[in-house]
Design a protein. Sequence first.
Length: 249
Amino acid sequence: MLAEERYTTILDALEHKKTLSLGEVCALLGSSESTARRDISYLAKKGLLTRVHGGAVANGGNFFPGERSNEEKSSLSVEEKELIAAYAATLVEEGDFVFLDAGTTTEKMIDRLSCRNVTFVTNAFLHAKKLAQKGYRVFITAGEIKASTEAIVGAECVNCLRNYNFSKCFLGANGISVSGGITTPDANEASVKTAAASSSGKVYVLADSTKFGKVTSVAFLQNGQATIITDRAPDERYFSRFRIKEASL
């Protein structure tokens, strides 16, 4: 078994079991104790697990039940979000009919858009205003306003999105996990994202590298249903489970 395969096997097992003894790692890998110890040490140095006496444990705190406000999120991973948004904007083409999800990374796309003959639908007032100011034709969904994320959600919003046929949609996410899929903490927001994805020819999820390995309450997409645009995916497990594009300058 190649080294990358061994690392993936260990991390996959930890994601489900949380704790592995040295003997269990050896059995999983079909390797000697020295190889298992070396692999555990390597992954611990990378920050992907915690080495303990006699084995390894998954890094704690990977489940996040709550959500930061837009003000808090806007100051996090700024350079990474700019990089992701710049690449995502290049995917918007003349004649597209696009759903643009609420969120701080999707907002950054707007300043990077170059095509002019594009129509947008969004569930964010700020996005709609910025798009209109740039001269785009833009529609805003019906529904209830969620104060913390400034997103429009609810049954009216979902029903509205089901009536459209988007060429592309660009969605935000709070967590990306091999076992949990692509997640968000709020069931109402998850329903909106799922509806938009179901109505779109191409689905893109914009997520900086801090979102990987995190799980929040509700999965809105599973493996293979979208292309994830990120600055960096942490390891090969994600490339084998998801379609990933690492943005670059």
